[in-house]
Design a protein around this ligand. Sequence first.
Ligand code: SF4
Length: 315
Amino acid sequence: MPGLWYNAHAPEYEQKASRSIIHPFNVRGYSGLTINPYQGCQHRCAYCYATYEWSPEFYDRIYAKSNAPEILERELASWKGTKVDPVMVSSATDAYQPAELRYGLTRKCVQVLQKYKVPYYVFTKSAIIERDLELHTKYRDNCFIVWSVTTCNEQIRRIVEPGTPPAARIFEAIEKFTLAGVPCGVNVDPIMPLVTDSEREIGAVVEACRRAGVKHIFGAMLRLRTDIWDRMKAALALLGVEDGIERYKKLYGFEEPLAASYVACDKDYSKQITGMLEEMVRAGGMKSDFPDHLGTREIDRSCTGQKTILSYVAT
Ligand code: SF4
């Protein structure tokens, strides 16, 4: 499907140097710091918010920011101020996508964050993070690992996010982290109306979380934007959702062409679905928010001048 998200070919990889790596971000009222060791993402989610006109090859050409760990070290060593907010790894790509097995940049960046005692949280859809179980475990008081899981339904996953591992594989990885005592969360985001928003679909994710020992589950409804809507229209057709396009237009309150800025789902509908998720989370003895242990910290520059041993061996 040219121009959309589906492609049977593996992406091309390219390395490039970056001038900076820590950036502020603001998503839906949440703000903080983020690092993105890669640009582009092989997970190929139809609903991806990180795509845009400036990245037409987002799914097909992955850029590895080859100097990311060194730039990160330099930025932390010369950090203005004494405190640092938790760093999100990553906001505009998946830091544990397959490219990480080749380049190991995320692992090296995490080593630098740990060296400077910077708190961090990881958002991923991958099981590749298992490789760094030991690394994150030794830092468990200062990190939080979140997996984005939208569905346990393989038929839906293969169409909507064909480059991700099956949910069963992700939950295997999650369980290893919870057993090691690493704080873990699951982000059910985006919840796609008429696709993953039924009691059965959401219930399956919540139950898998409960079994894997996840303590924190949150989620949000899909937002639409011109390019996301183009992909979602194709996904709705592939999934055979009856009158999907018309029902989406009603739920999101728009007529074609859709504006380029984000459009949110009907408030009452959203409340009903996210309320159902929260109720299930409560009933399973889990929580709908972030844990308290992550906060602004004094940056530790006592290590400045020491050579960082960045380790990574490609598998
Ligand atoms: S994993 Fe995240 S960044 Fe990658 S394609 Fe999916 S939504 Fe986009």
